[in-house]
Design a protein around this ligand. Sequence first.
Ligand SMILES: C[S@@+](CC[C@H](N)C(=O)[O-])C[C@H]1O[C@@H](n2cnc3c(N)ncnc32)[C@H](O)[C@@H]1O
Length: 297
Amino acid sequence: MVTVGVAIAAVRQKFNAAGIEQAGLEARLLLADTLTCDAAVVIGHPERLLAPNEVVELEEKVCRRLQREPLAYILGRREFWSLSFIVDSHTLVPRPETETLVEAALEWAAGRRDLRLLDLGTGSGCLLLALLYELPDAWGLGVDIDEAALGVARLNAETLGLDVRASFMRADWADALGGSFDLIVTNPPYISDAEWMELDPGVREFEPTLALRAGADGLTAYRRILPALRRLLAPNGVALIETGGASATLLPLLVRQSGLEIVENRHDLADRWRCLAVSSAATEPLKNFLGNQVVLV
Ligand SMILES: C[S@@+](CC[C@H](N)C(=O)[O-])C[C@H]1O[C@@H](n2cnc3c(N)ncnc32)[C@H](O)[C@@H]1O
């Protein structure tokens, strides 16, 4: 018979040997998931015995992780903006750096009411739903080309109790969209072909290619999205665009070529360019919305 304490130590050792960072934490999370309990319970009861079926289930999960499958897919969940999101192999695992867009959006939204939000490339719905959670009178539409990803986003909206204010629609970027939106957020694919080759194998093999790759220069999705923003942005509206990697350098030029104005270029916690705020014509209040943090580029 195996105890919780022994199982955690064995899994941690395997993960350490495989070079998995945070081996101890991942071991505890997998064990807690297998026993359907909180990680704190696992820590507090090292003497608890595992049933044979629990040992088998744990071994299967450990095996998947050793093959570099992201922990979030094995657990079926990932935290974003302190909310728990269901994820699967059709959705990108939400990244902490994407919270930079949520921060920027909430600063912009402060004092505004009844906002209409649009999330282009919604995936798990994490961006749209985090915003709807924080803005109780806002309404939002999430768009994705992948029907399976939209299924996950809808499930997340229901689980978080936000389905009344969140709609989801399958579309090729903004092609089928009309109307106007006060706040548009988008984290499109922006990995260039060269960067793709250098990417962590776990990301390359397990996360959806559709969510990551954007052609030779990483700008394919931006070229589709940017021209539509002028049409879809309400007067005084703002679009927050995630950026990163090699394509970040070229994006400002593309934005201006699309007739849009850059309001701010915000860095993430690792001090990388992460969020470009654009408007169809920046008004003074919009330019000032982030106070000291505003960096006009
Ligand atoms: C980088 S992921 C972002 C997912 C989520 N918003 C997040 O931040 O975690 C990009 C998303 O864009 C979607 N996508 C790719 N091509 C698309 C297209 N042509 N039209 C609409 N969505 C698309 C992908 O399916 C994926 O869900």
